[in-house]
Design a binder for this molecule. Structure first.
Ligand SMILES: NC(=O)c1ccc[n+]([C@@H]2O[C@H](COP(=O)([O-])OP(=O)(O)OC[C@H]3O[C@@H](n4cnc5c(N)ncnc54)[C@H](OP(=O)(O)O)[C@@H]3O)[C@@H](O)[C@H]2O)c1
Length: 305
């Protein structure tokens, strides 16, 4: 498993991170096997959120791994805050109390990276800055970032926030590519030319923020996994052809496609299946050619101008 640096933080993490959104559905023993398998594959970064399983995902993670200072040192833990029941909340009070909850559930005294989960239109950057200062000074959070944010929302935060924002978690898969489409269709009159994210891909590269693609196997908004889906026969045929060529699985090719982009992205995969994760991890050994990358983009249903 190769490593990448998150932003310009100096923090080196595995190129693939394990998303723990669905961990609440496992038993403690199953969760233990999933986490241990990830660590054996040298996947050392785990993505959480205060809301996953209403807090149960963080809790079972710590229980399963029997969290202790020596266990904690082997891993990089990221969690998120700001989504509440029916609204978003980037107030200082909520950020601080959310982190306290995560620390307690994760049985740790620090979070490596805290992300603001989804933009809050009532955000007051001064409040976020005050919360981040307190969390940084107390050592409770080491690094900060965002999720589902566009460039101007990041700039607005930066008006007051002093810490570097090192990562932005955004939906991206071979079958969900708005951030890529717009840049390929500049000044055209059809749908793919619509900039839906303020140009986040180029912004992230210019500002050294790591994009963390979430749901890298889903099409649409949680509409299902495209691998082996009967609706996408040509894509699956091509994935199989490249999988055979590179001696990996189709899932590994889908992740290699993301890793091939020079934006230095870190996909967050959500499988809780050990065999699948073991196969997906092989993606970091595959470098797709430029031709292969574009062929997959086209067979996924995209047209080039
Ligand atoms: N920031 C945000 O707003 C946001 C939103 C959503 C998710 N996330 C993060 O991103 C992580 C990944 O999201 P996700 O779980 O939706 O993404 P995903 O990795 O695209 O999907 C994983 C799901 O697909 C299933 N699956 C079925 N066939 C598969 C195959 N061939 N290869 C891989 N998976 C297959 C898995 O089941 P098995 O477990 O049975 O393999 C699992 O339920 C989450 O855990 C969370 O940490 C962030």
């Amino acid at each position: 498993m190769k490593k990448l640096e998150l932003g310009k933080s100096g923090l080196q993490v595995s190129e693939i991170s394990l998303g723990c959104m669905r961990m609440d559905q496992l038993s403690v023993q199953e969760a233990n096997r999933v986490i241990q398998n990830a660590l054996d594959l040298n996947i050392d970064m785990f993505d959480h959120a205060d809301i996953y399983g209403k807090g149960r995902s963080e809790e079972i993670f710590a229980e399963a791994i029997q969290m202790s200072p020596s266990v904690r040192e082997q891993m990089v833990i990221q969690t998120k805050c700001g989504i509440r029941d029916g609204f978003f909340d980037f107030s200082k009070e909520h950020i601080l109390s959310s982190v306290e909850g995560s620390l307690k559930r994760l049985k740790t005294d620090y979070i490596d990276i805290l992300l603001l989960h989804r933009p809050d239109t009532l955000v007051e950057p001064e409040e976020v800055a005050a919360a981040f200062d307190e969390l940084k000074q107390s050592g409770k959070v080491r690094h900060f970032g965002v999720s589902n944010h566009n460039p101007s929302q990041i700039e607005l935060l930066k008006k007051n926030v002093k810490q570097d924002l090192i990562a932005n978690q955004l939906q991206l898969s071979m079958m969900f590519t708005p951030m890529i489409d717009a840049g390929l269709n500049v000044n055209m009159e059809h749908d793919p030319a619509i900039v839906r994210d303020g140009g986040i891909l180029d912004y992230s590269r210019l500002h050294d923020m790591t994009i963390q693609p979430w749901s890298p196997f889903q099409h649409g908004f949680f509409e299902g996994v495209f691998i082996d889906h009967e609706k996408f026969p040509q894509l699956n045929e091509k994935l199989q052809e490249f999988a055979d060529r590179h001696q990996v699985t189709k899932s590994a090719i889908a992740i290699a496609w993301i890793l091939r982009h020079p934006a230095n992205m870190q996909p967050i995969v959500g499988t809780m299946n050990q065999e699948r994760l073991t196969n997906i991890a092989k993606a970091t050994e595959v470098t797709l050619s430029r031709e292969e990358w574009y062929e997959l983009y086209r067979v996924a249903g995209n047209k080039l101008p």
